[in-house]
Design a protein around this ligand. Structure first.
Ligand code: SF4
Length: 435
Protein backbone atom coordinates (compact mmCIF):
# COMPACT_ATOMS: atom_id res chain seq x y z
CA UNK A 1 0.00 0.00 0.00
CA UNK A 2 1.50 3.32 -0.99
CA UNK A 3 0.70 6.99 -0.72
CA UNK A 4 1.95 9.77 -2.93
CA UNK A 5 1.70 13.56 -2.96
CA UNK A 6 -1.35 14.79 -4.92
CA UNK A 7 -1.03 16.85 -8.08
CA UNK A 8 -3.46 19.23 -9.78
CA UNK A 9 -4.40 18.69 -13.44
CA UNK A 10 -3.50 21.87 -15.32
CA UNK A 11 -4.04 20.74 -18.91
CA UNK A 12 -5.15 17.74 -20.93
CA UNK A 13 -4.24 16.72 -24.44
CA UNK A 14 -7.13 16.73 -26.91
CA UNK A 15 -8.56 13.29 -27.57
CA UNK A 16 -11.63 11.13 -27.12
CA UNK A 17 -12.95 11.51 -23.56
CA UNK A 18 -13.48 7.76 -23.30
CA UNK A 19 -9.92 6.84 -24.37
CA UNK A 20 -8.53 4.34 -21.85
CA UNK A 21 -5.22 6.27 -21.60
CA UNK A 22 -5.07 10.09 -21.71
CA UNK A 23 -2.07 12.41 -21.58
CA UNK A 24 -2.33 15.13 -18.96
CA UNK A 25 -0.08 17.76 -17.38
CA UNK A 26 -0.12 18.02 -13.60
CA UNK A 27 1.45 20.38 -11.09
CA UNK A 28 2.64 19.60 -7.58
CA UNK A 29 5.18 20.99 -5.11
CA UNK A 30 8.01 20.10 -7.52
CA UNK A 31 6.57 21.77 -10.60
CA UNK A 32 4.81 20.57 -13.74
CA UNK A 33 5.08 17.22 -15.46
CA UNK A 34 3.39 15.25 -18.21
CA UNK A 35 1.88 11.98 -17.14
CA UNK A 36 -0.81 9.54 -18.29
CA UNK A 37 -4.22 8.95 -16.77
CA UNK A 38 -5.71 5.47 -16.99
CA UNK A 39 -9.40 4.70 -16.60
CA UNK A 40 -10.31 8.13 -15.23
CA UNK A 41 -12.92 9.22 -17.82
CA UNK A 42 -14.42 11.97 -15.62
CA UNK A 43 -11.09 13.73 -15.09
CA UNK A 44 -10.93 17.40 -16.10
CA UNK A 45 -8.63 20.41 -15.71
CA UNK A 46 -8.60 21.61 -12.09
CA UNK A 47 -9.11 18.13 -10.63
CA UNK A 48 -6.61 16.46 -8.28
CA UNK A 49 -4.97 13.08 -8.81
CA UNK A 50 -2.62 10.72 -7.04
CA UNK A 51 0.08 9.51 -9.39
CA UNK A 52 3.31 7.63 -9.43
CA UNK A 53 5.69 6.36 -12.08
CA UNK A 54 4.12 8.94 -14.41
CA UNK A 55 0.72 7.34 -14.11
CA UNK A 56 -2.36 8.97 -12.54
CA UNK A 57 -4.21 6.17 -10.86
CA UNK A 58 -6.74 7.81 -8.63
CA UNK A 59 -8.76 10.99 -8.53
CA UNK A 60 -9.23 12.73 -5.17
CA UNK A 61 -11.27 15.76 -4.17
CA UNK A 62 -9.60 19.08 -3.34
CA UNK A 63 -10.35 18.49 0.35
CA UNK A 64 -8.80 15.03 0.21
CA UNK A 65 -5.76 16.42 -1.63
CA UNK A 66 -5.30 19.01 1.11
CA UNK A 67 -5.63 16.33 3.79
CA UNK A 68 -2.83 14.32 2.16
CA UNK A 69 -0.65 17.40 1.63
CA UNK A 70 -1.05 18.13 5.36
CA UNK A 71 0.12 14.59 6.17
CA UNK A 72 3.15 14.87 3.89
CA UNK A 73 3.93 18.56 4.18
CA UNK A 74 7.45 18.99 2.75
CA UNK A 75 10.31 20.84 4.42
CA UNK A 76 10.99 24.46 3.64
CA UNK A 77 13.73 25.26 1.12
CA UNK A 78 17.13 25.88 2.75
CA UNK A 79 19.58 28.39 1.34
CA UNK A 80 22.81 26.39 1.30
CA UNK A 81 24.91 29.49 0.58
CA UNK A 82 24.79 30.45 4.27
CA UNK A 83 26.51 27.24 5.43
CA UNK A 84 30.09 27.10 6.64
CA UNK A 85 32.59 25.88 3.97
CA UNK A 86 33.42 22.74 5.96
CA UNK A 87 29.78 21.71 6.40
CA UNK A 88 29.07 22.50 2.74
CA UNK A 89 31.96 20.36 1.61
CA UNK A 90 30.71 17.37 3.64
CA UNK A 91 27.24 17.76 2.17
CA UNK A 92 28.74 18.05 -1.30
CA UNK A 93 30.59 14.77 -0.74
CA UNK A 94 27.31 13.11 0.09
CA UNK A 95 26.32 13.31 -3.59
CA UNK A 96 28.73 10.45 -4.24
CA UNK A 97 27.41 8.56 -1.16
CA UNK A 98 30.91 8.08 0.24
CA UNK A 99 30.94 9.94 3.53
CA UNK A 100 33.70 8.71 5.83
CA UNK A 101 33.61 8.34 9.63
CA UNK A 102 34.80 11.88 10.37
CA UNK A 103 32.23 13.34 7.91
CA UNK A 104 29.45 11.41 9.60
CA UNK A 105 30.60 12.52 13.06
CA UNK A 106 30.53 16.13 11.87
CA UNK A 107 26.97 15.75 10.58
CA UNK A 108 25.82 13.98 13.75
CA UNK A 109 27.44 16.56 16.01
CA UNK A 110 26.03 19.73 14.55
CA UNK A 111 23.52 21.62 16.66
CA UNK A 112 23.32 24.56 14.30
CA UNK A 113 19.69 24.98 13.16
CA UNK A 114 20.55 25.87 9.57
CA UNK A 115 23.08 23.05 9.21
CA UNK A 116 20.57 20.53 10.54
CA UNK A 117 17.86 21.85 8.20
CA UNK A 118 20.34 21.60 5.31
CA UNK A 119 21.12 17.98 6.22
CA UNK A 120 17.43 17.03 6.39
CA UNK A 121 16.68 18.90 3.20
CA UNK A 122 19.52 17.20 1.28
CA UNK A 123 18.31 13.79 2.43
CA UNK A 124 14.76 14.66 1.44
CA UNK A 125 15.89 15.80 -2.01
CA UNK A 126 17.87 12.59 -2.48
CA UNK A 127 14.87 10.51 -1.44
CA UNK A 128 12.72 12.36 -3.98
CA UNK A 129 15.34 11.96 -6.72
CA UNK A 130 15.72 8.21 -6.14
CA UNK A 131 12.33 7.10 -4.91
CA UNK A 132 10.01 9.98 -5.87
CA UNK A 133 7.13 11.07 -3.66
CA UNK A 134 6.07 7.50 -3.15
CA UNK A 135 5.58 6.49 0.48
CA UNK A 136 5.02 2.84 1.31
CA UNK A 137 2.80 1.71 4.14
CA UNK A 138 3.69 -1.69 5.53
CA UNK A 139 2.29 -3.67 8.44
CA UNK A 140 3.59 -5.61 11.39
CA UNK A 141 1.92 -8.47 13.25
CA UNK A 142 3.43 -9.09 16.69
CA UNK A 143 2.43 -12.69 17.20
CA UNK A 144 4.10 -13.62 20.51
CA UNK A 145 5.22 -11.59 23.50
CA UNK A 146 7.22 -14.50 24.92
CA UNK A 147 10.98 -14.30 24.78
CA UNK A 148 13.87 -16.34 26.14
CA UNK A 149 16.29 -13.37 26.07
CA UNK A 150 16.97 -10.72 28.70
CA UNK A 151 17.90 -7.60 26.72
CA UNK A 152 18.27 -4.84 29.31
CA UNK A 153 16.20 -2.27 27.40
CA UNK A 154 13.19 -4.45 26.59
CA UNK A 155 9.91 -4.74 28.47
CA UNK A 156 9.40 -8.27 27.10
CA UNK A 157 12.66 -9.65 28.52
CA UNK A 158 12.24 -13.01 30.15
CA UNK A 159 12.75 -11.83 33.76
CA UNK A 160 9.91 -9.24 33.46
CA UNK A 161 7.16 -10.54 35.69
CA UNK A 162 4.50 -7.86 35.24
CA UNK A 163 3.97 -8.56 31.56
CA UNK A 164 0.93 -10.31 30.16
CA UNK A 165 2.32 -12.90 27.80
CA UNK A 166 0.43 -14.13 24.76
CA UNK A 167 1.19 -16.51 21.95
CA UNK A 168 -1.03 -16.46 18.86
CA UNK A 169 -1.92 -19.81 17.33
CA UNK A 170 -0.44 -20.29 13.85
CA UNK A 171 -3.99 -20.15 12.37
CA UNK A 172 -4.56 -16.78 14.08
CA UNK A 173 -1.35 -15.39 12.60
CA UNK A 174 -2.42 -16.55 9.15
CA UNK A 175 -5.90 -15.05 9.54
CA UNK A 176 -4.46 -11.71 10.72
CA UNK A 177 -2.14 -11.62 7.70
CA UNK A 178 -4.81 -12.58 5.17
CA UNK A 179 -7.17 -10.00 6.64
CA UNK A 180 -4.49 -7.28 6.35
CA UNK A 181 -3.79 -8.17 2.72
CA UNK A 182 -7.25 -8.94 1.37
CA UNK A 183 -9.22 -6.67 3.66
CA UNK A 184 -6.95 -3.65 3.96
CA UNK A 185 -4.64 -3.78 0.95
CA UNK A 186 -1.26 -4.39 2.63
CA UNK A 187 1.42 -5.82 0.37
CA UNK A 188 4.31 -6.26 2.81
CA UNK A 189 3.95 -7.65 6.29
CA UNK A 190 6.47 -8.23 9.05
CA UNK A 191 5.77 -11.20 11.31
CA UNK A 192 7.45 -10.40 14.62
CA UNK A 193 7.81 -12.16 17.96
CA UNK A 194 10.23 -12.36 20.85
CA UNK A 195 12.77 -15.17 20.59
CA UNK A 196 10.04 -17.72 21.27
CA UNK A 197 11.17 -21.29 20.68
CA UNK A 198 7.77 -22.68 21.58
CA UNK A 199 7.13 -22.17 17.89
CA UNK A 200 9.01 -24.98 16.22
CA UNK A 201 10.73 -24.47 12.87
CA UNK A 202 7.83 -26.43 11.37
CA UNK A 203 5.32 -23.99 12.91
CA UNK A 204 7.07 -20.98 11.38
CA UNK A 205 7.40 -22.65 7.99
CA UNK A 206 3.74 -23.62 8.09
CA UNK A 207 2.68 -20.04 8.87
CA UNK A 208 4.67 -18.67 5.91
CA UNK A 209 3.47 -21.43 3.58
CA UNK A 210 -0.18 -20.95 4.49
CA UNK A 211 -0.10 -17.15 4.12
CA UNK A 212 1.64 -17.40 0.76
CA UNK A 213 -0.91 -19.96 -0.44
CA UNK A 214 -3.82 -17.68 0.47
CA UNK A 215 -2.71 -14.20 -0.59
CA UNK A 216 -0.12 -12.25 -2.53
CA UNK A 217 2.15 -10.54 -0.04
CA UNK A 218 5.82 -10.05 0.80
CA UNK A 219 6.56 -11.60 4.18
CA UNK A 220 9.38 -10.38 6.40
CA UNK A 221 10.37 -12.54 9.37
CA UNK A 222 11.45 -11.00 12.67
CA UNK A 223 11.86 -13.87 15.12
CA UNK A 224 15.41 -13.34 16.37
CA UNK A 225 18.32 -15.73 16.27
CA UNK A 226 17.06 -18.93 14.71
CA UNK A 227 19.24 -21.50 12.95
CA UNK A 228 20.33 -20.94 9.35
CA UNK A 229 18.41 -24.10 8.51
CA UNK A 230 15.18 -22.62 9.89
CA UNK A 231 15.69 -19.41 7.93
CA UNK A 232 16.50 -21.43 4.80
CA UNK A 233 13.24 -23.35 5.15
CA UNK A 234 11.20 -20.17 5.65
CA UNK A 235 12.84 -18.70 2.55
CA UNK A 236 11.94 -21.79 0.55
CA UNK A 237 8.36 -21.45 1.86
CA UNK A 238 8.14 -17.95 0.38
CA UNK A 239 9.49 -15.47 2.97
CA UNK A 240 11.17 -12.48 1.31
CA UNK A 241 12.94 -10.62 4.08
CA UNK A 242 14.39 -10.82 7.56
CA UNK A 243 14.30 -8.04 10.14
CA UNK A 244 17.14 -8.55 12.59
CA UNK A 245 18.71 -5.53 14.24
CA UNK A 246 22.32 -5.59 15.40
CA UNK A 247 21.32 -2.85 17.94
CA UNK A 248 24.87 -1.47 18.30
CA UNK A 249 28.16 -2.03 16.51
CA UNK A 250 30.09 -1.61 19.78
CA UNK A 251 30.75 -5.14 21.16
CA UNK A 252 31.19 -3.90 24.76
CA UNK A 253 27.82 -2.13 24.75
CA UNK A 254 26.18 -5.08 22.99
CA UNK A 255 27.47 -7.59 25.50
CA UNK A 256 26.62 -5.39 28.50
CA UNK A 257 22.98 -5.17 27.37
CA UNK A 258 22.45 -8.68 25.98
CA UNK A 259 23.36 -11.26 28.62
CA UNK A 260 24.41 -14.56 27.07
CA UNK A 261 24.51 -13.17 23.53
CA UNK A 262 27.36 -11.92 21.38
CA UNK A 263 27.45 -9.30 18.66
CA UNK A 264 29.68 -11.63 16.69
CA UNK A 265 26.95 -14.29 16.45
CA UNK A 266 24.44 -11.76 15.20
CA UNK A 267 26.82 -10.25 12.69
CA UNK A 268 27.73 -13.69 11.40
CA UNK A 269 24.07 -14.52 10.80
CA UNK A 270 23.20 -11.43 8.73
CA UNK A 271 25.47 -12.18 5.72
CA UNK A 272 24.31 -15.82 5.80
CA UNK A 273 20.70 -14.64 5.49
CA UNK A 274 21.67 -12.21 2.77
CA UNK A 275 23.38 -15.07 0.93
CA UNK A 276 20.09 -16.99 1.01
CA UNK A 277 18.51 -14.15 -0.98
CA UNK A 278 16.72 -12.50 1.89
CA UNK A 279 16.05 -8.77 1.75
CA UNK A 280 17.77 -7.65 4.99
CA UNK A 281 16.25 -5.12 7.37
CA UNK A 282 18.51 -4.11 10.22
CA UNK A 283 19.69 -1.19 12.29
CA UNK A 284 20.31 0.00 15.79
CA UNK A 285 19.10 1.88 18.85
CA UNK A 286 19.95 5.48 19.63
CA UNK A 287 20.54 6.57 23.22
CA UNK A 288 21.95 3.39 24.76
CA UNK A 289 24.11 3.77 27.90
CA UNK A 290 27.75 4.61 27.10
CA UNK A 291 26.92 5.11 23.39
CA UNK A 292 28.94 7.92 21.81
CA UNK A 293 28.57 9.86 18.59
CA UNK A 294 31.52 7.83 17.30
CA UNK A 295 29.60 4.61 18.03
CA UNK A 296 26.61 5.94 16.09
CA UNK A 297 28.87 6.79 13.14
CA UNK A 298 30.20 3.22 13.26
CA UNK A 299 26.62 1.88 13.43
CA UNK A 300 25.73 3.81 10.27
CA UNK A 301 28.84 2.59 8.46
CA UNK A 302 28.08 -0.99 9.52
CA UNK A 303 24.59 -0.78 8.00
CA UNK A 304 26.15 0.31 4.73
CA UNK A 305 28.84 -2.37 4.84
CA UNK A 306 26.23 -5.05 5.49
CA UNK A 307 24.34 -3.90 2.41
CA UNK A 308 21.05 -3.81 4.25
CA UNK A 309 18.01 -2.77 2.21
CA UNK A 310 15.69 -1.64 4.98
CA UNK A 311 17.07 0.69 7.66
CA UNK A 312 15.43 0.39 11.05
CA UNK A 313 16.78 2.91 13.52
CA UNK A 314 14.88 4.21 16.50
CA UNK A 315 15.43 5.97 19.80
CA UNK A 316 15.71 3.89 22.96
CA UNK A 317 12.60 4.28 25.14
CA UNK A 318 12.83 3.27 28.82
CA UNK A 319 10.49 0.55 29.94
CA UNK A 320 9.38 0.02 33.54
CA UNK A 321 10.75 -3.00 35.35
CA UNK A 322 13.86 -3.24 33.15
CA UNK A 323 17.44 -2.49 34.21
CA UNK A 324 17.33 0.65 32.02
CA UNK A 325 14.03 2.00 33.34
CA UNK A 326 15.73 5.14 34.70
CA UNK A 327 17.93 5.75 31.67
CA UNK A 328 16.80 8.74 29.56
CA UNK A 329 15.13 8.14 26.21
CA UNK A 330 17.15 8.52 23.04
CA UNK A 331 17.00 11.79 21.16
CA UNK A 332 14.42 12.31 18.42
CA UNK A 333 16.70 14.89 16.81
CA UNK A 334 19.60 12.42 16.69
CA UNK A 335 17.24 9.85 15.17
CA UNK A 336 16.35 12.31 12.42
CA UNK A 337 20.03 13.05 11.77
CA UNK A 338 20.76 9.32 11.49
CA UNK A 339 17.78 8.89 9.15
CA UNK A 340 19.09 11.68 6.94
CA UNK A 341 22.67 10.37 6.90
CA UNK A 342 21.45 6.84 6.14
CA UNK A 343 19.59 8.28 3.15
CA UNK A 344 22.72 10.13 1.97
CA UNK A 345 24.73 6.90 2.13
CA UNK A 346 22.03 4.49 0.94
CA UNK A 347 19.91 6.45 -1.54
CA UNK A 348 17.66 3.57 -2.54
CA UNK A 349 17.15 1.91 0.84
CA UNK A 350 13.73 1.54 2.35
CA UNK A 351 13.73 3.65 5.52
CA UNK A 352 10.61 3.38 7.67
CA UNK A 353 9.81 5.93 10.35
CA UNK A 354 10.05 3.72 13.43
CA UNK A 355 7.19 3.52 15.90
CA UNK A 356 9.65 4.53 18.63
CA UNK A 357 10.21 7.89 16.92
CA UNK A 358 6.46 8.32 16.51
CA UNK A 359 6.03 7.42 20.19
CA UNK A 360 8.26 10.21 21.46
CA UNK A 361 7.20 12.78 18.82
CA UNK A 362 3.74 11.50 17.73
CA UNK A 363 2.39 12.61 14.31
CA UNK A 364 5.07 15.29 14.09
CA UNK A 365 7.73 12.55 14.35
CA UNK A 366 6.11 10.79 11.41
CA UNK A 367 6.07 13.96 9.32
CA UNK A 368 9.61 14.95 10.28
CA UNK A 369 10.90 11.44 9.55
CA UNK A 370 9.29 11.39 6.10
CA UNK A 371 10.82 14.75 5.26
CA UNK A 372 14.30 13.79 6.51
CA UNK A 373 14.94 10.88 4.17
CA UNK A 374 12.52 8.20 5.38
CA UNK A 375 10.11 6.79 2.81
CA UNK A 376 7.81 4.39 4.57
CA UNK A 377 5.65 3.71 7.60
CA UNK A 378 5.04 0.54 9.54
CA UNK A 379 1.54 0.20 10.98
CA UNK A 380 0.60 -2.21 13.72
CA UNK A 381 -1.71 -4.99 12.50
CA UNK A 382 -1.58 -7.10 15.66
CA UNK A 383 -5.12 -8.12 16.63
CA UNK A 384 -6.58 -5.60 19.07
CA UNK A 385 -6.92 -8.10 21.93
CA UNK A 386 -3.14 -8.70 22.01
CA UNK A 387 -1.78 -5.33 20.94
CA UNK A 388 -1.38 -3.66 24.34
CA UNK A 389 0.57 -6.65 25.66
CA UNK A 390 3.45 -6.40 23.19
CA UNK A 391 5.23 -3.96 25.47
CA UNK A 392 8.83 -3.70 24.33
CA UNK A 393 8.39 -0.11 25.53
CA UNK A 394 5.29 1.71 26.83
CA UNK A 395 2.69 3.95 25.16
CA UNK A 396 3.39 3.00 21.54
CA UNK A 397 2.01 5.62 19.17
CA UNK A 398 -0.94 4.75 16.96
CA UNK A 399 -2.44 7.66 15.13
CA UNK A 400 -4.21 8.55 11.92
CA UNK A 401 -3.60 5.06 10.51
CA UNK A 402 -7.10 5.06 9.04
CA UNK A 403 -6.45 8.35 7.29
CA UNK A 404 -3.18 7.06 5.80
CA UNK A 405 -4.80 3.78 4.79
CA UNK A 406 -7.73 5.60 3.22
CA UNK A 407 -5.45 7.26 0.70
CA UNK A 408 -3.11 4.31 0.26
CA UNK A 409 -2.68 3.85 -3.46
CA UNK A 410 -2.91 0.68 -5.47
CA UNK A 411 -4.70 -1.82 -3.35
CA UNK A 412 -4.66 -4.01 -6.43
CA UNK A 413 -2.24 -6.10 -8.51
CA UNK A 414 -0.32 -3.09 -9.85
CA UNK A 415 0.78 -2.20 -6.34
CA UNK A 416 2.22 -5.66 -5.75
CA UNK A 417 4.03 -5.56 -9.09
CA UNK A 418 5.57 -2.16 -8.36
CA UNK A 419 6.76 -3.32 -4.96
CA UNK A 420 8.13 -6.49 -6.57
CA UNK A 421 10.09 -4.39 -9.05
CA UNK A 422 11.52 -2.26 -6.22
CA UNK A 423 12.49 -5.37 -4.28
CA UNK A 424 14.36 -6.78 -7.29
CA UNK A 425 16.09 -3.44 -7.87
CA UNK A 426 17.12 -3.44 -4.22
CA UNK A 427 19.28 -6.49 -4.73
CA UNK A 428 21.61 -4.56 -7.00
CA UNK A 429 24.45 -3.56 -4.66
CA UNK A 430 24.74 0.20 -4.08
CA UNK A 431 28.33 -0.29 -3.04
CA UNK A 432 30.67 -2.94 -4.48
CA UNK A 433 32.31 -3.13 -1.03
CA UNK A 434 29.17 -4.51 0.64
CA UNK A 435 29.69 -7.67 2.72
S1 SF4 B 1 14.54 -7.09 22.40
FE1 SF4 B 1 13.70 -8.90 21.39
S2 SF4 B 1 15.13 -10.54 21.93
FE2 SF4 B 1 15.49 -8.89 23.39
S3 SF4 B 1 14.18 -9.37 25.16
FE3 SF4 B 1 13.01 -8.02 23.80
S4 SF4 B 1 11.81 -9.36 22.52
FE4 SF4 B 1 13.44 -10.56 23.43
Amino acid sequence: MCLTIPAKVISMKEGPIDAPVREIVVEDSRGERSIRAISLPELKVGDWVLYTLDLAVRQVSQEEAQEIIDLLEPRKFVDLSSLSPSFSSVLAKSFSHDLDRSDIIQLLSTEDEIEMEALFSEANTLRQANLRDFFCIHGIIEFSSNCVRSCYYCGLRKPSKDVTRYRMMPEEVVEAAVDAVDGRGYKLIVLQSGDDFDYSDDDLVEIVTEIKSRCKVFIFISVGERSAECYGRMKAAGASGVLLRFETSNPSIYEALHPGQSLEDRLELLPVLKGMGYYIASGFLIGLPEQTVEDIADDILLMKALGIKMVTVGPFIPSEGTPLSAHPAGSALMTLKVTAIARLLMPKAKIPVTTALETIESEEGRRLGLSSGANSLMFNLTPEKYRADYKIYPNKYHGKEELWEKYGLFSEELSYKMLEQKMFEAFEPEDPGEL
